[in-house]
Design a binder for this molecule. Sequence first.
Ligand code: ASP
Ligand code: MG
Length: 243
Amino acid sequence: MKVLKFGGSSLKNAEAIKQMSQIVSSSESQCCVVVSAIGDTTDELQAIAEQAQKDDESYKESLATLQAFHEKLYQDLTGKEASAELVAAFDHLRRVCGGVFLLKELTHKSLDFILGSGEIASSIIVSAFLESQQLKVKRFDTRQYIVTNGHFGDASVDFASTTNQLNRVSKEFSAINVFPGFVAATATGEMTTLGRGGSDYTAAIIASALDSGMLEIWTDVDGIMTADPRRVKRSHTLDQVSY
Ligand code: ASP
Ligand code: MG
């Protein structure tokens, strides 16, 4: 059993998602695939939430653009109309943003729901594409298996329940099992997130709970760089690394 995690930049367009599918389908063992939101979706959702809170009606247009982008990606990858589930995820998101707009109030709890919607959408698209490639794939909603406290925005994991839940559901696993990263829920089912950049953590939680032999964090840079290339212009790839 192997856990593979793909970040937003590794899923940024149809080309990147096809490359991810190649990596996943070449895995010989059963695997869990943890996905981040596509490209810069989380940042865009953050901006949408803030626009809505500031009584700025243009959040509606930004949200419509983001939805159209996701639906087109689904169509380009599968040759089918966006699934009812993808449309429903955006409908629900629109209603929550509508609430933020009306109340001009953005709580950590609302923000968790809004930001985590990116991972829900990306897991729907990725699993639909893998399925269209005739691969044996199942999608699981991480919110049903990773249990946290109610510290919205940066929740702490209850490892005992999480390990239990993941081991229970692993009996239903197919060859490839897709999980949205970043999202989780409280014991009473309220959606939480593990904090920005939390999808790596999701993958590590799953790998640890299932005692899987391998965890791979995929990103779109070949090798390991000396620094984050978005922040450090002179960063470069290391020729060699050692323990
Ligand atoms: N999409 C989330 C973020 O951008 C989580 C992640 O990608 O790890 O923070
Ligand atoms: Mg990341």
